[in-house]
Design a protein around this ligand. Structure first.
Ligand code: PFF
Length: 452
C-alpha cells in the first residue's frame, strides 16, 4: 500500500466535518443561484421540485462520494485508481480535478465582486460616492483583478492551515455567523412594506409552469448547490474517521443546504418587492423578475440605498459579508480537490501545492476578469455539463464497477445497523437506476439545447 503523505489530514470532530461539507455546499449557488432560479421559474413549484431532486438524486450521490472517499483515503484521481483498473476509473477523478480548477477560475471572480461590494456599500453610506462607484463597477478589470487575487489569497491561507486547523476551523466559525446574519436579515425585511407580496410569489405554487425543462433546471441546480460531481465531497470524505455515520452526515448536509437555499429565497424574493415599493424597477419588459447579476448587484444595493441611514449601511454591508463568507467556504473546497491530488499523487507539501494551483487559477481568473462574458461560457460548460457528467460517471462506476455491496460494507462503519430498514436496497435502487437515468437525461437535454 502507498504511504500516506503527512499533509493528508483528518477532521477533528463529527460536527466539524458536517459543517465543512455544508460550507462547501452552501455558497453563491444557494444565496444567489437558488433565488434567481425561483424567480426565473415562477416561484414555489420550483422549490418543491428542487427538494425532490436534492433528496432523490443529490443525497444518494453524496453518500456515494463520502463512501468512496473514506474507503480509499485518497483524492479523486487516486481514489478511483485504487478501486478499479483500466482507463475509465482515473478518468473520472481527472475530470473532477479539471472541473474543480475551471469552476474555481470564474467562481473566484464572482466571489471577488461580492467582496468588493462590502466596500461599495461602506463608501456609499459614508458619502464617498466616487469611491463607492469604483468598488461597485463589475466591468472594471483592474478592480476585479485586485479582488480576485485577495479572495484567492484568503482561500490559500485557509487551505495552508490543513484539514482540521484550516478548513474545519474556518468553516466552524463562519457557518453559524452566516446562518445568524441570514435570519436577522429575513426578520427585518419581513417588517418592510412590500415584503408580503414577495412572500406570496415565493410560497404559492403555480403548477402550470412545471415542465421537463424546469425539472432539469432544478436537478442541475441541486447538483451544483450540493457540490456534487467533481469529487469535492469525495475529498472531504477521505479525511473522515471510520466511526462517523456517513448516511446520517450526508442527510444533515443535504438538509442544511436546502434549508439555507430556502432561507435565502425568503430574504431575496421579498426584498425585491420591498425594492419595488421603494420605486425600484425589479422586472424586465417581459414581466419577469430580474435575475442573475442585475438582481444581486443592482436591485438589492438600490434597495439598501432606499432604506438609507444606519439600516441601509448595516444591511448593505451584512448582505455582502454574508455572500462573501458563503463563497469562501465553497472556494476552499474547490481548491482542496486539486491540492489533495497534488499532495497524494505527486507527494508535494500542502503549502507548495496550494501555491501552485492558486497561481494557475488566478492567472486564468485574471483573463476572465477583464472579459466577463467568458464567465457565462465557463459556467455553462463546467457547471451545467461538467458536474452532471462527473456525477453520472461516479454513480455508474460505483454501481457497476466497484459494486454497491462494497460501498455498503464501507457505510457499515459508523452505521452498524445499515441493513435494518432496507437501506442497502433503497440506496442501491437509487444509485444504480434512478440517479444515472435522471442525470443522463439532464445531460442530454443540456447538450441538445447548447448545440441546437
Ligand atoms: N456548492 C457551491 C455553491 O452552491 O455555490 C459551489 C460548488 C462548490 C460546486 C464546490 C462544486 C463544488 F465542488
Amino acid at each position: 500500500m502507498l504511504s500516506e503523505h503527512k499533509d493528508r489530514g483528518r477532521w477533528n470532530t463529527k460536527l466539524g466535518f458536517v459543517l465543512a461539507a455544508a460550507g462547501s455546499a452552501v455558497g453563491l449557488g444557494n444565496i444567489w443561484g437558488f433565488p434567481t432560479q425561483v424567480a426565473d421559474n415562477g416561484g414555489a413549484s420550483f422549490i418543491l421540485i428542487y427538494i425532490i431532486c436534492c433528496l432523490a438524486v443529490g443525497l444518494p450521490v453524496m453518500i456515494a462520494e463520502f463512501a468512496i472517499g473514506r474507503h480509499t483515503r485518497r483524492n479523486p484521481v487516486g481514489a478511483f485508481k485504487k478501486l478499479g483498473n483500466g482507463w475509465f476509473p482515473p478518468l473520472i477523478g481527472i475530470w473532477g480535478v479539471i472541473c474543480g480548477v475551471m469552476i474555481l477560475t470564474f467562481y473566484m471572480v464572482i466571489a471577488g465582486w461580492t467582496f468588493s461590494y462590502i466596500f461599495e456599500e461602506l463608501f456609499y453610506f459614508t458619502g464617498l460616492t466616487a469611491l463607492s462607484e469604483w468598488f461597485g463597477d463589475l466591468q472594471n478589470g483592474v478592480k476585479n483583478a485586485i479582488f480576485t487575487i485577495l479572495f484567492m489569497t484568503g482561500t490559500v491561507a485557509i487551505i495552508n492551515g490543513g484539514v482540521s486547523n484550516g478548513i474545519e476551523r474556518a468553516t466552524k466559525t463562519m457557518m453559524p455567523i452566516l446562518i445568524l446574519v441570514l435570519i436577522i436579515m429575513i426578520g427585518y425585511v419581513m417588517t418592510l412594506e412590500g415584503s408580503s407580496e414577495g412572500l406570496k410569489m415565493y410560497l404559492l405554487p403555480d403548477f402550470s409552469l412545471v415542465d421537463t425543462g424546469l425539472v432539469f433546471s432544478a436537478l442541475g441546480q441541486a447538483f451544483f448547490s450540493l457540490s456534487l460531481g467533481m469529487g469535492a465531497l469525495l475529498t472531504y470524505g477521505s479525511y473522515l474517521k471510520r466511526n462517523q455515520n456517513i448516511v446520517e452526515s450526508a442527510t444533515y448536509v443535504t438538509v442544511a443546504d436546502m434549508s439555507i437555499a430556502f432561507l435565502a429565497g425568503l430574504l431575496i424574493i421579498p426584498a425585491m418587492f420591498v425594492a419595488q415599493s421603494a420605486g425600484i424597477t425589479i422586472m424586465g419588459e417581459d414581466g419577469r423578475l430580474f435575475s442573475s447579476a442585475t438582481l444581486v448587484f443592482d436591485v438589492l444595493p438600490d434597495m439598501f440605498k432606499a432604506m438609507g441611514g444606519m439600516f441601509g449601511l448595516i444591511f448593505g454591508m451584512a448582505f455582502f459579508i454574508l455572500l462573501s463568507m458563503a463563497a469562501l467556504t465553497s472556494t476552499i473546497s474547490l481548491l482542496e480537490v486539486p491540492v489533495s491530488y497534488i499532495i497524494d499523487e505527486h507527494k508535494i507539501a500542502r503549502k507548495k501545492a496550494s501555491l501552485i494551483v492558486g497561481s494557475i487559477v488566478v492567472t486564468v481568473s485574471l483573463v476572465i476578469s477583464f472579459n466577463i462574458d467568458l464567465i457565462d461560457v465557463f459556467a455553462t460548460i463546467f457547471n451545467n455539463v461538467g458536474l452532471p457528467l462527473g456525477g453520472l460517471m461516479l454513480s455508474i462506476f460505483l454501481a457497476y464497477f466497484w459494486k454497491t455491496e462494497n460501498a455498503v460494507a464501507e457505510l457499515r462503519h459508523g452505521y452498524s445497523d445499515v441493513d435494518n430498514g432496507k437501506f442497502p436496497l433503497i440506496w442501491g435502487v437509487f444509485i444504480k437506476y434512478i440517479c444515472p437515468v435522471l442525470i443522463a437525461l439532464v445531460l442530454i437535454t443540456t447538450l441538445y439545447n447548447l448545440i441546437f
